[in-house]
Design a protein around this ligand. Structure first.
Ligand code: ARG
Length: 564
Protein backbone atom coordinates (compact mmCIF):
# COMPACT_ATOMS: atom_id res chain seq x y z
CA UNK A 1 0.00 0.00 0.00
CA UNK A 2 1.17 3.53 -0.70
CA UNK A 3 0.35 4.48 2.85
CA UNK A 4 2.79 2.02 4.29
CA UNK A 5 5.50 3.05 1.86
CA UNK A 6 4.93 6.72 2.54
CA UNK A 7 5.05 6.21 6.31
CA UNK A 8 8.14 4.02 6.08
CA UNK A 9 9.94 6.54 3.87
CA UNK A 10 9.10 9.46 6.11
CA UNK A 11 10.34 7.53 9.13
CA UNK A 12 13.47 6.29 7.46
CA UNK A 13 14.50 9.84 6.62
CA UNK A 14 14.49 10.63 10.36
CA UNK A 15 16.52 7.79 11.86
CA UNK A 16 20.09 8.73 10.90
CA UNK A 17 20.34 5.96 8.35
CA UNK A 18 19.81 3.26 10.97
CA UNK A 19 16.84 1.69 9.18
CA UNK A 20 15.90 1.61 5.50
CA UNK A 21 12.32 2.21 4.40
CA UNK A 22 12.10 -1.49 3.51
CA UNK A 23 13.23 -2.53 6.98
CA UNK A 24 10.68 -0.20 8.51
CA UNK A 25 7.87 -1.41 6.28
CA UNK A 26 8.28 -4.93 7.59
CA UNK A 27 7.83 -3.94 11.23
CA UNK A 28 4.86 -1.62 10.76
CA UNK A 29 1.82 -2.92 12.61
CA UNK A 30 -1.87 -2.42 12.50
CA UNK A 31 -2.99 -1.26 15.97
CA UNK A 32 -5.28 -3.73 17.69
CA UNK A 33 -7.70 -0.96 18.67
CA UNK A 34 -8.93 1.26 15.86
CA UNK A 35 -8.81 4.30 18.17
CA UNK A 36 -5.02 3.95 18.05
CA UNK A 37 -4.95 4.70 14.37
CA UNK A 38 -4.41 2.78 11.17
CA UNK A 39 -0.71 2.05 11.30
CA UNK A 40 1.85 1.95 14.08
CA UNK A 41 5.63 2.03 14.16
CA UNK A 42 7.20 0.38 17.23
CA UNK A 43 10.27 2.26 18.39
CA UNK A 44 11.84 -0.45 20.57
CA UNK A 45 14.68 -1.50 18.31
CA UNK A 46 15.58 2.13 17.64
CA UNK A 47 15.52 2.67 21.39
CA UNK A 48 18.27 0.06 21.75
CA UNK A 49 20.33 1.59 18.95
CA UNK A 50 20.08 5.13 20.29
CA UNK A 51 20.05 4.08 23.96
CA UNK A 52 16.98 6.15 24.67
CA UNK A 53 13.51 5.42 25.98
CA UNK A 54 11.16 4.24 23.19
CA UNK A 55 8.58 6.78 24.33
CA UNK A 56 11.07 9.60 23.80
CA UNK A 57 12.00 8.40 20.34
CA UNK A 58 8.35 7.97 19.40
CA UNK A 59 7.59 11.50 20.59
CA UNK A 60 10.47 12.98 18.58
CA UNK A 61 9.59 11.08 15.43
CA UNK A 62 5.93 12.00 15.65
CA UNK A 63 6.87 15.67 15.50
CA UNK A 64 8.67 15.17 12.23
CA UNK A 65 6.15 13.06 10.35
CA UNK A 66 3.67 14.90 8.24
CA UNK A 67 1.99 14.08 4.96
CA UNK A 68 -1.29 14.84 3.22
CA UNK A 69 -1.98 11.11 3.44
CA UNK A 70 -2.15 11.27 7.22
CA UNK A 71 -4.82 13.06 9.13
CA UNK A 72 -3.16 12.76 12.50
CA UNK A 73 0.07 11.47 14.06
CA UNK A 74 0.05 10.36 17.71
CA UNK A 75 2.29 8.76 20.27
CA UNK A 76 1.16 5.89 22.49
CA UNK A 77 3.63 3.95 24.59
CA UNK A 78 6.67 3.33 22.39
CA UNK A 79 4.67 3.61 19.19
CA UNK A 80 4.18 6.29 16.57
CA UNK A 81 0.58 5.94 15.38
CA UNK A 82 -0.76 7.48 12.22
CA UNK A 83 -4.37 7.99 11.20
CA UNK A 84 -5.01 7.87 7.49
CA UNK A 85 -6.72 10.64 5.69
CA UNK A 86 -9.81 8.57 4.93
CA UNK A 87 -10.76 10.30 1.73
CA UNK A 88 -7.35 9.94 0.16
CA UNK A 89 -6.90 6.44 1.46
CA UNK A 90 -10.26 5.14 0.37
CA UNK A 91 -9.88 6.59 -3.08
CA UNK A 92 -6.43 5.18 -3.44
CA UNK A 93 -7.44 1.66 -2.42
CA UNK A 94 -10.69 1.57 -4.34
CA UNK A 95 -9.07 2.77 -7.54
CA UNK A 96 -6.36 0.22 -7.19
CA UNK A 97 -8.77 -2.68 -6.66
CA UNK A 98 -11.18 -1.59 -9.38
CA UNK A 99 -8.44 -1.21 -11.96
CA UNK A 100 -6.39 -4.28 -11.01
CA UNK A 101 -9.44 -6.50 -10.35
CA UNK A 102 -8.27 -10.12 -9.99
CA UNK A 103 -4.65 -8.98 -10.22
CA UNK A 104 -4.90 -7.07 -6.95
CA UNK A 105 -2.46 -8.60 -4.47
CA UNK A 106 -0.10 -10.01 -7.09
CA UNK A 107 3.62 -9.76 -6.40
CA UNK A 108 6.82 -10.88 -8.08
CA UNK A 109 8.42 -12.05 -4.85
CA UNK A 110 9.08 -15.49 -6.34
CA UNK A 111 10.95 -13.97 -9.32
CA UNK A 112 9.73 -16.72 -11.60
CA UNK A 113 11.43 -19.55 -9.71
CA UNK A 114 9.95 -23.03 -10.05
CA UNK A 115 8.24 -24.44 -6.98
CA UNK A 116 7.47 -28.13 -7.28
CA UNK A 117 4.56 -29.18 -5.11
CA UNK A 118 4.25 -32.87 -4.29
CA UNK A 119 0.59 -33.23 -3.39
CA UNK A 120 -2.44 -35.51 -3.26
CA UNK A 121 -0.46 -38.69 -4.05
CA UNK A 122 -3.06 -41.33 -3.20
CA UNK A 123 -2.25 -45.01 -3.30
CA UNK A 124 -3.42 -47.21 -6.13
CA UNK A 125 -5.98 -49.84 -5.12
CA UNK A 126 -6.67 -48.02 -1.87
CA UNK A 127 -9.37 -45.49 -1.12
CA UNK A 128 -8.67 -41.82 -1.60
CA UNK A 129 -8.46 -40.87 2.06
CA UNK A 130 -9.26 -37.71 3.97
CA UNK A 131 -5.51 -37.21 4.30
CA UNK A 132 -5.18 -37.28 0.53
CA UNK A 133 -8.01 -34.79 0.26
CA UNK A 134 -6.24 -32.49 2.69
CA UNK A 135 -3.01 -32.79 0.73
CA UNK A 136 -4.89 -32.13 -2.52
CA UNK A 137 -6.72 -29.00 -1.44
CA UNK A 138 -3.85 -27.55 0.60
CA UNK A 139 -1.37 -28.26 -2.20
CA UNK A 140 -3.65 -26.81 -4.83
CA UNK A 141 -4.19 -23.64 -2.83
CA UNK A 142 -0.47 -23.26 -2.14
CA UNK A 143 0.13 -23.61 -5.88
CA UNK A 144 -2.38 -20.84 -6.62
CA UNK A 145 -0.91 -18.61 -3.92
CA UNK A 146 2.59 -19.34 -5.23
CA UNK A 147 1.58 -18.36 -8.75
CA UNK A 148 0.15 -15.11 -7.42
CA UNK A 149 3.39 -14.52 -5.53
CA UNK A 150 5.53 -14.78 -8.63
CA UNK A 151 6.59 -18.44 -8.49
CA UNK A 152 6.03 -21.02 -11.19
CA UNK A 153 4.21 -23.80 -9.38
CA UNK A 154 4.54 -27.35 -10.71
CA UNK A 155 2.03 -29.76 -9.20
CA UNK A 156 3.11 -33.37 -8.95
CA UNK A 157 0.83 -36.26 -8.06
CA UNK A 158 3.36 -38.75 -6.67
CA UNK A 159 1.00 -41.71 -6.95
CA UNK A 160 1.60 -44.62 -4.61
CA UNK A 161 1.70 -47.11 -7.44
CA UNK A 162 4.71 -49.20 -6.45
CA UNK A 163 5.86 -51.28 -3.52
CA UNK A 164 5.57 -54.70 -1.94
CA UNK A 165 1.81 -54.22 -1.41
CA UNK A 166 1.32 -54.79 -5.14
CA UNK A 167 2.90 -58.23 -4.81
CA UNK A 168 0.38 -58.99 -2.07
CA UNK A 169 -2.48 -57.66 -4.13
CA UNK A 170 -1.56 -59.75 -7.15
CA UNK A 171 -1.32 -62.83 -4.91
CA UNK A 172 -4.74 -62.09 -3.40
CA UNK A 173 -6.32 -61.39 -6.74
CA UNK A 174 -5.00 -64.63 -8.25
CA UNK A 175 -6.36 -66.58 -5.29
CA UNK A 176 -9.73 -64.96 -4.66
CA UNK A 177 -10.35 -62.15 -7.15
CA UNK A 178 -13.03 -61.74 -9.76
CA UNK A 179 -12.47 -59.64 -12.84
CA UNK A 180 -16.09 -58.65 -12.99
CA UNK A 181 -16.25 -57.44 -9.41
CA UNK A 182 -13.05 -55.44 -9.71
CA UNK A 183 -14.25 -53.76 -12.90
CA UNK A 184 -17.51 -52.79 -11.26
CA UNK A 185 -16.11 -51.39 -8.07
CA UNK A 186 -12.34 -51.30 -8.36
CA UNK A 187 -11.16 -49.68 -5.17
CA UNK A 188 -13.68 -51.30 -2.84
CA UNK A 189 -12.95 -54.71 -4.33
CA UNK A 190 -9.16 -54.36 -4.40
CA UNK A 191 -9.20 -53.07 -0.85
CA UNK A 192 -11.17 -56.06 0.40
CA UNK A 193 -8.75 -58.40 -1.38
CA UNK A 194 -5.89 -56.64 0.34
CA UNK A 195 -7.64 -56.90 3.71
CA UNK A 196 -8.36 -60.59 3.12
CA UNK A 197 -4.70 -61.17 2.29
CA UNK A 198 -3.66 -59.88 5.72
CA UNK A 199 -6.35 -61.86 7.54
CA UNK A 200 -5.36 -65.09 5.81
CA UNK A 201 -1.65 -64.44 6.22
CA UNK A 202 -1.97 -64.72 10.00
CA UNK A 203 -2.57 -68.45 9.71
CA UNK A 204 -0.78 -68.96 6.46
CA UNK A 205 2.58 -67.13 6.54
CA UNK A 206 3.64 -68.54 3.18
CA UNK A 207 1.30 -65.98 1.60
CA UNK A 208 3.79 -63.31 2.54
CA UNK A 209 6.47 -65.16 0.58
CA UNK A 210 4.17 -65.34 -2.44
CA UNK A 211 3.56 -61.64 -2.12
CA UNK A 212 7.27 -60.87 -2.06
CA UNK A 213 7.81 -63.12 -5.05
CA UNK A 214 5.14 -61.38 -7.09
CA UNK A 215 6.60 -58.00 -6.25
CA UNK A 216 10.02 -59.22 -7.42
CA UNK A 217 8.38 -60.38 -10.63
CA UNK A 218 6.76 -57.00 -11.02
CA UNK A 219 10.07 -55.23 -10.49
CA UNK A 220 11.62 -57.46 -13.14
CA UNK A 221 8.89 -56.63 -15.63
CA UNK A 222 7.14 -60.03 -15.67
CA UNK A 223 4.33 -59.79 -18.18
CA UNK A 224 1.46 -61.18 -16.11
CA UNK A 225 2.42 -59.09 -13.11
CA UNK A 226 2.72 -55.95 -15.23
CA UNK A 227 -0.63 -56.54 -16.85
CA UNK A 228 -2.46 -56.88 -13.55
CA UNK A 229 -0.62 -53.93 -12.07
CA UNK A 230 -1.47 -51.71 -15.06
CA UNK A 231 -5.11 -52.70 -14.78
CA UNK A 232 -5.30 -51.99 -11.04
CA UNK A 233 -3.64 -48.66 -11.68
CA UNK A 234 -5.89 -47.61 -14.55
CA UNK A 235 -9.05 -48.56 -12.70
CA UNK A 236 -8.00 -46.72 -9.55
CA UNK A 237 -7.01 -43.64 -11.52
CA UNK A 238 -10.46 -43.51 -13.08
CA UNK A 239 -11.93 -43.21 -9.60
CA UNK A 240 -9.38 -40.62 -8.46
CA UNK A 241 -9.96 -38.57 -11.60
CA UNK A 242 -13.64 -38.24 -10.78
CA UNK A 243 -12.65 -36.62 -7.49
CA UNK A 244 -10.10 -34.31 -9.16
CA UNK A 245 -12.72 -33.28 -11.71
CA UNK A 246 -15.18 -32.41 -8.98
CA UNK A 247 -12.54 -30.35 -7.22
CA UNK A 248 -11.42 -28.78 -10.50
CA UNK A 249 -7.82 -29.77 -9.93
CA UNK A 250 -5.24 -30.79 -12.53
CA UNK A 251 -1.64 -31.84 -12.18
CA UNK A 252 1.45 -30.94 -14.15
CA UNK A 253 2.79 -34.44 -13.62
CA UNK A 254 1.37 -37.71 -12.38
CA UNK A 255 4.67 -39.51 -12.28
CA UNK A 256 4.14 -41.87 -9.36
CA UNK A 257 6.53 -44.10 -7.49
CA UNK A 258 6.70 -46.63 -10.34
CA UNK A 259 8.12 -43.94 -12.61
CA UNK A 260 11.35 -44.11 -10.62
CA UNK A 261 11.75 -47.87 -10.93
CA UNK A 262 14.56 -47.54 -13.49
CA UNK A 263 16.07 -44.51 -11.79
CA UNK A 264 16.92 -46.05 -8.46
CA UNK A 265 20.10 -47.94 -9.31
CA UNK A 266 21.75 -44.66 -10.13
CA UNK A 267 20.78 -43.14 -6.79
CA UNK A 268 21.98 -46.19 -4.91
CA UNK A 269 25.27 -46.04 -6.83
CA UNK A 270 25.66 -42.38 -5.99
CA UNK A 271 25.04 -43.07 -2.31
CA UNK A 272 27.58 -45.85 -2.44
CA UNK A 273 30.19 -43.76 -4.29
CA UNK A 274 29.93 -41.16 -1.55
CA UNK A 275 30.64 -43.87 0.99
CA UNK A 276 27.30 -43.50 2.68
CA UNK A 277 25.79 -46.93 2.06
CA UNK A 278 26.28 -49.25 5.02
CA UNK A 279 25.16 -52.78 5.78
CA UNK A 280 22.79 -53.28 8.67
CA UNK A 281 20.91 -56.50 9.42
CA UNK A 282 21.38 -57.59 5.82
CA UNK A 283 19.80 -54.38 4.54
CA UNK A 284 21.55 -51.37 3.02
CA UNK A 285 21.02 -48.14 4.93
CA UNK A 286 22.36 -44.62 5.32
CA UNK A 287 23.40 -44.01 8.89
CA UNK A 288 21.94 -40.80 10.32
CA UNK A 289 22.81 -41.34 13.98
CA UNK A 290 24.91 -38.14 14.06
CA UNK A 291 21.64 -36.29 13.47
CA UNK A 292 19.83 -38.39 16.07
CA UNK A 293 17.67 -39.88 13.35
CA UNK A 294 17.05 -43.57 12.68
CA UNK A 295 18.92 -44.94 9.64
CA UNK A 296 17.31 -44.42 6.24
CA UNK A 297 16.55 -47.80 4.66
CA UNK A 298 17.66 -47.91 1.02
CA UNK A 299 17.52 -51.56 0.03
CA UNK A 300 16.02 -54.57 1.77
CA UNK A 301 17.86 -57.85 2.22
CA UNK A 302 16.03 -59.35 -0.78
CA UNK A 303 17.16 -56.41 -2.91
CA UNK A 304 13.78 -54.69 -3.01
CA UNK A 305 13.80 -50.92 -2.86
CA UNK A 306 11.67 -48.80 -0.58
CA UNK A 307 9.45 -45.75 -0.39
CA UNK A 308 12.47 -43.69 0.68
CA UNK A 309 14.61 -44.94 -2.22
CA UNK A 310 11.95 -43.87 -4.67
CA UNK A 311 11.66 -40.47 -3.00
CA UNK A 312 15.44 -40.00 -3.27
CA UNK A 313 15.29 -40.81 -6.98
CA UNK A 314 12.31 -38.47 -7.37
CA UNK A 315 14.05 -35.59 -5.61
CA UNK A 316 17.07 -35.90 -7.92
CA UNK A 317 14.86 -36.22 -10.97
CA UNK A 318 12.91 -33.10 -10.00
CA UNK A 319 16.02 -31.03 -9.41
CA UNK A 320 17.58 -32.12 -12.70
CA UNK A 321 14.45 -31.73 -14.80
CA UNK A 322 12.62 -28.81 -13.26
CA UNK A 323 15.44 -26.98 -11.50
CA UNK A 324 13.20 -25.93 -8.66
CA UNK A 325 14.06 -23.11 -6.28
CA UNK A 326 11.80 -24.74 -3.72
CA UNK A 327 10.43 -28.24 -3.54
CA UNK A 328 7.42 -28.79 -1.30
CA UNK A 329 5.90 -32.03 -0.04
CA UNK A 330 2.35 -31.56 1.18
CA UNK A 331 2.05 -34.74 3.22
CA UNK A 332 0.51 -35.58 6.61
CA UNK A 333 2.30 -34.89 9.81
CA UNK A 334 2.82 -38.61 10.46
CA UNK A 335 5.46 -38.70 7.71
CA UNK A 336 7.67 -36.03 9.28
CA UNK A 337 10.42 -38.50 10.08
CA UNK A 338 10.49 -39.79 6.51
CA UNK A 339 11.04 -36.29 5.13
CA UNK A 340 13.67 -35.46 7.74
CA UNK A 341 15.55 -38.55 6.67
CA UNK A 342 15.10 -37.82 2.99
CA UNK A 343 16.48 -34.30 3.30
CA UNK A 344 19.28 -35.49 5.60
CA UNK A 345 20.45 -38.14 3.11
CA UNK A 346 20.49 -35.67 0.20
CA UNK A 347 22.35 -33.20 2.38
CA UNK A 348 24.96 -35.84 3.26
CA UNK A 349 25.28 -36.58 -0.45
CA UNK A 350 26.45 -33.00 -0.80
CA UNK A 351 23.45 -31.51 -2.58
CA UNK A 352 23.11 -27.93 -1.44
CA UNK A 353 19.58 -27.79 -2.77
CA UNK A 354 18.49 -30.28 -0.10
CA UNK A 355 17.72 -27.29 2.09
CA UNK A 356 15.24 -25.94 -0.46
CA UNK A 357 13.11 -29.02 0.10
CA UNK A 358 10.32 -28.55 2.61
CA UNK A 359 7.87 -30.90 4.18
CA UNK A 360 4.54 -29.07 4.52
CA UNK A 361 2.75 -31.21 7.12
CA UNK A 362 -0.88 -31.09 8.12
CA UNK A 363 -3.05 -32.52 10.88
CA UNK A 364 -5.62 -35.28 10.80
CA UNK A 365 -9.26 -35.30 9.86
CA UNK A 366 -11.24 -36.61 12.81
CA UNK A 367 -14.70 -38.06 13.06
CA UNK A 368 -16.17 -37.83 16.57
CA UNK A 369 -12.70 -37.06 17.83
CA UNK A 370 -11.15 -40.18 16.31
CA UNK A 371 -8.91 -40.59 13.29
CA UNK A 372 -10.83 -41.49 10.15
CA UNK A 373 -9.39 -44.81 9.20
CA UNK A 374 -8.93 -46.33 5.77
CA UNK A 375 -7.76 -49.65 7.10
CA UNK A 376 -9.96 -52.63 7.96
CA UNK A 377 -12.46 -51.54 5.35
CA UNK A 378 -13.91 -48.92 7.75
CA UNK A 379 -13.78 -46.11 5.26
CA UNK A 380 -15.74 -43.06 4.48
CA UNK A 381 -15.43 -42.88 0.73
CA UNK A 382 -14.56 -39.41 -0.28
CA UNK A 383 -16.55 -39.45 -3.45
CA UNK A 384 -19.64 -40.24 -1.37
CA UNK A 385 -18.83 -37.38 0.97
CA UNK A 386 -18.63 -34.92 -1.91
CA UNK A 387 -21.79 -36.31 -3.46
CA UNK A 388 -23.63 -35.91 -0.16
CA UNK A 389 -22.39 -32.39 0.30
CA UNK A 390 -23.55 -31.49 -3.21
CA UNK A 391 -26.94 -33.10 -2.59
CA UNK A 392 -27.39 -31.18 0.67
CA UNK A 393 -26.47 -27.92 -1.06
CA UNK A 394 -28.94 -28.68 -3.81
CA UNK A 395 -31.63 -29.11 -1.17
CA UNK A 396 -30.70 -25.80 0.48
CA UNK A 397 -30.84 -23.99 -2.82
CA UNK A 398 -34.16 -25.56 -3.67
CA UNK A 399 -35.56 -24.16 -0.41
CA UNK A 400 -33.97 -20.73 -0.59
CA UNK A 401 -34.02 -19.96 -4.28
CA UNK A 402 -36.20 -22.41 -6.23
CA UNK A 403 -36.12 -20.28 -9.38
CA UNK A 404 -32.36 -20.23 -9.76
CA UNK A 405 -31.47 -21.19 -13.33
CA UNK A 406 -28.19 -23.12 -13.06
CA UNK A 407 -29.06 -24.97 -9.87
CA UNK A 408 -26.90 -28.03 -10.49
CA UNK A 409 -23.83 -25.98 -11.21
CA UNK A 410 -24.32 -23.86 -8.13
CA UNK A 411 -24.99 -26.91 -5.96
CA UNK A 412 -21.67 -28.35 -7.10
CA UNK A 413 -19.79 -25.10 -6.43
CA UNK A 414 -21.32 -24.79 -2.98
CA UNK A 415 -21.15 -28.49 -2.02
CA UNK A 416 -17.53 -28.87 -3.05
CA UNK A 417 -16.61 -25.41 -1.79
CA UNK A 418 -18.02 -26.25 1.63
CA UNK A 419 -15.70 -29.24 1.98
CA UNK A 420 -12.69 -27.31 0.69
CA UNK A 421 -13.31 -24.27 2.88
CA UNK A 422 -13.87 -26.38 5.99
CA UNK A 423 -10.43 -27.82 5.43
CA UNK A 424 -8.58 -24.63 4.54
CA UNK A 425 -9.99 -22.31 7.18
CA UNK A 426 -7.99 -24.11 9.85
CA UNK A 427 -4.26 -23.69 10.30
CA UNK A 428 -3.06 -26.73 8.41
CA UNK A 429 -1.33 -28.39 11.37
CA UNK A 430 -4.51 -28.48 13.42
CA UNK A 431 -6.60 -31.61 13.44
CA UNK A 432 -10.10 -30.98 12.14
CA UNK A 433 -13.40 -32.51 13.01
CA UNK A 434 -15.32 -33.69 10.00
CA UNK A 435 -18.94 -32.56 9.99
CA UNK A 436 -21.05 -32.04 6.91
CA UNK A 437 -23.65 -30.06 8.85
CA UNK A 438 -21.02 -27.61 10.08
CA UNK A 439 -19.51 -27.24 6.64
CA UNK A 440 -22.78 -26.45 4.99
CA UNK A 441 -24.16 -23.87 7.40
CA UNK A 442 -24.95 -20.54 5.79
CA UNK A 443 -23.89 -18.70 8.93
CA UNK A 444 -20.50 -18.59 10.58
CA UNK A 445 -17.16 -19.44 9.12
CA UNK A 446 -18.21 -21.62 6.22
CA UNK A 447 -17.76 -21.78 2.47
CA UNK A 448 -21.47 -21.23 1.81
CA UNK A 449 -21.39 -18.11 4.01
CA UNK A 450 -18.61 -16.57 1.92
CA UNK A 451 -20.17 -17.62 -1.36
CA UNK A 452 -23.51 -16.28 -0.23
CA UNK A 453 -21.89 -12.97 0.68
CA UNK A 454 -20.42 -12.85 -2.79
CA UNK A 455 -23.73 -13.67 -4.46
CA UNK A 456 -25.51 -11.05 -2.38
CA UNK A 457 -22.96 -8.39 -3.37
CA UNK A 458 -23.33 -9.40 -7.03
CA UNK A 459 -27.08 -9.05 -6.70
CA UNK A 460 -26.71 -5.49 -5.38
CA UNK A 461 -24.53 -4.64 -8.37
CA UNK A 462 -27.10 -6.10 -10.75
CA UNK A 463 -29.89 -4.14 -9.12
CA UNK A 464 -27.79 -0.98 -9.20
CA UNK A 465 -26.85 -1.55 -12.86
CA UNK A 466 -23.23 -1.25 -11.96
CA UNK A 467 -20.79 -1.41 -14.83
CA UNK A 468 -17.53 -2.77 -13.50
CA UNK A 469 -15.41 -1.23 -16.22
CA UNK A 470 -16.41 2.17 -14.94
CA UNK A 471 -14.25 3.77 -12.29
CA UNK A 472 -15.72 7.01 -10.97
CA UNK A 473 -13.22 9.84 -10.90
CA UNK A 474 -14.58 11.21 -7.66
CA UNK A 475 -16.31 9.75 -4.67
CA UNK A 476 -18.27 12.26 -2.62
CA UNK A 477 -18.18 10.24 0.56
CA UNK A 478 -16.73 10.75 4.00
CA UNK A 479 -16.17 6.97 4.16
CA UNK A 480 -16.92 6.70 7.86
CA UNK A 481 -19.38 3.82 7.57
CA UNK A 482 -17.30 2.34 4.79
CA UNK A 483 -13.98 2.64 6.53
CA UNK A 484 -13.75 -0.85 7.96
CA UNK A 485 -14.58 -2.41 4.61
CA UNK A 486 -11.98 -0.20 2.95
CA UNK A 487 -9.24 -1.19 5.39
CA UNK A 488 -10.23 -4.84 5.04
CA UNK A 489 -9.81 -4.55 1.27
CA UNK A 490 -6.42 -2.93 1.70
CA UNK A 491 -5.19 -5.88 3.72
CA UNK A 492 -5.56 -8.45 0.97
CA UNK A 493 -2.01 -8.20 -0.46
CA UNK A 494 -0.61 -8.82 2.99
CA UNK A 495 -2.84 -11.82 3.56
CA UNK A 496 -1.48 -13.27 0.31
CA UNK A 497 2.06 -12.59 1.45
CA UNK A 498 1.48 -14.20 4.84
CA UNK A 499 -0.12 -17.23 3.22
CA UNK A 500 2.92 -17.64 0.99
CA UNK A 501 5.48 -17.09 3.73
CA UNK A 502 3.78 -19.66 5.96
CA UNK A 503 2.59 -21.99 3.19
CA UNK A 504 -0.76 -21.58 4.88
CA UNK A 505 -3.99 -21.12 2.92
CA UNK A 506 -5.89 -20.46 6.17
CA UNK A 507 -4.46 -16.94 6.06
CA UNK A 508 -6.55 -16.36 2.94
CA UNK A 509 -9.59 -18.17 4.36
CA UNK A 510 -9.49 -16.07 7.54
CA UNK A 511 -9.07 -12.98 5.44
CA UNK A 512 -12.17 -13.65 3.32
CA UNK A 513 -14.12 -14.39 6.50
CA UNK A 514 -13.12 -11.00 7.93
CA UNK A 515 -13.83 -9.15 4.73
CA UNK A 516 -17.22 -10.86 4.38
CA UNK A 517 -18.11 -10.02 7.97
CA UNK A 518 -17.24 -6.36 7.53
CA UNK A 519 -19.17 -6.24 4.30
CA UNK A 520 -22.25 -7.88 5.80
CA UNK A 521 -22.21 -5.44 8.70
CA UNK A 522 -22.00 -2.59 6.23
CA UNK A 523 -24.80 -4.09 4.18
CA UNK A 524 -27.00 -4.27 7.27
CA UNK A 525 -26.28 -0.66 8.25
CA UNK A 526 -26.30 1.24 4.98
CA UNK A 527 -28.96 1.33 2.30
CA UNK A 528 -26.60 0.99 -0.60
CA UNK A 529 -29.17 1.18 -3.36
CA UNK A 530 -31.05 4.14 -1.93
CA UNK A 531 -30.92 7.01 -4.45
CA UNK A 532 -28.30 9.51 -3.31
CA UNK A 533 -25.18 11.17 -4.63
CA UNK A 534 -23.27 8.61 -2.59
CA UNK A 535 -24.72 5.66 -4.45
CA UNK A 536 -22.04 5.37 -7.18
CA UNK A 537 -19.28 5.43 -4.58
CA UNK A 538 -21.04 2.79 -2.53
CA UNK A 539 -21.57 0.60 -5.55
CA UNK A 540 -17.91 1.02 -6.42
CA UNK A 541 -17.09 -0.28 -2.96
CA UNK A 542 -19.41 -3.27 -3.35
CA UNK A 543 -17.82 -3.98 -6.71
CA UNK A 544 -14.35 -3.93 -5.17
CA UNK A 545 -15.55 -6.33 -2.47
CA UNK A 546 -16.83 -8.81 -5.06
CA UNK A 547 -13.49 -8.72 -6.85
CA UNK A 548 -11.46 -9.41 -3.76
CA UNK A 549 -13.78 -12.08 -2.33
CA UNK A 550 -13.81 -13.86 -5.68
CA UNK A 551 -10.04 -13.72 -5.93
CA UNK A 552 -9.67 -14.92 -2.33
CA UNK A 553 -11.93 -17.88 -3.08
CA UNK A 554 -10.03 -18.60 -6.27
CA UNK A 555 -6.79 -18.81 -4.27
CA UNK A 556 -8.45 -21.43 -2.09
CA UNK A 557 -9.48 -23.39 -5.17
CA UNK A 558 -13.15 -22.43 -4.86
CA UNK A 559 -15.66 -21.00 -7.26
CA UNK A 560 -17.89 -18.00 -6.62
CA UNK A 561 -21.49 -18.27 -7.87
CA UNK A 562 -23.02 -14.93 -8.87
CA UNK A 563 -26.40 -16.10 -7.72
CA UNK A 564 -27.35 -18.76 -5.23
N1 ARG B 1 1.34 -42.16 -1.22
C1 ARG B 1 1.77 -41.68 0.05
C2 ARG B 1 0.71 -41.96 1.10
O1 ARG B 1 -0.44 -42.08 0.77
C3 ARG B 1 2.05 -40.20 0.05
C4 ARG B 1 3.17 -39.79 -0.86
C5 ARG B 1 3.70 -38.45 -0.52
N2 ARG B 1 4.74 -37.98 -1.39
C6 ARG B 1 5.98 -38.41 -1.39
N3 ARG B 1 6.82 -37.92 -2.27
N4 ARG B 1 6.43 -39.26 -0.50
O2 ARG B 1 1.02 -42.04 2.27
Amino acid sequence: MNFKKEFAQLLSAQVDGQLTAEQIEIVLEKPKQPEHGDLAFPCFSLAKIFRQAPQKIAAELSEKISSPLFEKVEVAGGYVNVFFNKETAALDILKQVLSEQGEFGRSDAGTGGVMTIDMSSPNIAKPFSMGHLRSTVIGNSIALIAEKSGFKPFKINHLGDWGTQFGKLITAYKLWGSEEKVSQNPIKELLSLYVKFHEEAINNPSLEDDGRLWFKKLENGNEEAMELWTWFRDESLKEFTRIYDLLGIEFDSSAGEAFYNDKMDRVIDLIEEKGLLVESDDAKVVDLSDLELPPCLIKKSDGATLYATRDLAAALYRKENYNFVQSLYVVGNEQSLHFKQLIAVLDKMGYEWANTMKHIPFGMMLKDGKKMSTRKGKVILLEEVLAESIAMSAKNIQEKNPNLTNKDDVARMVGVGAVVFHDLKNYRLNDIEFSLEDMLRFEGETGPYIQYTYARACSILRKGNWDKSEIPAEFPLSWTEEWKVITALAEFPEAVKRAMDKYDPSQIAKYVIDLSREFNKYYAEVKILEPSEKKPARLALVSAVTMVVKEGLRLLGMEAPEEM
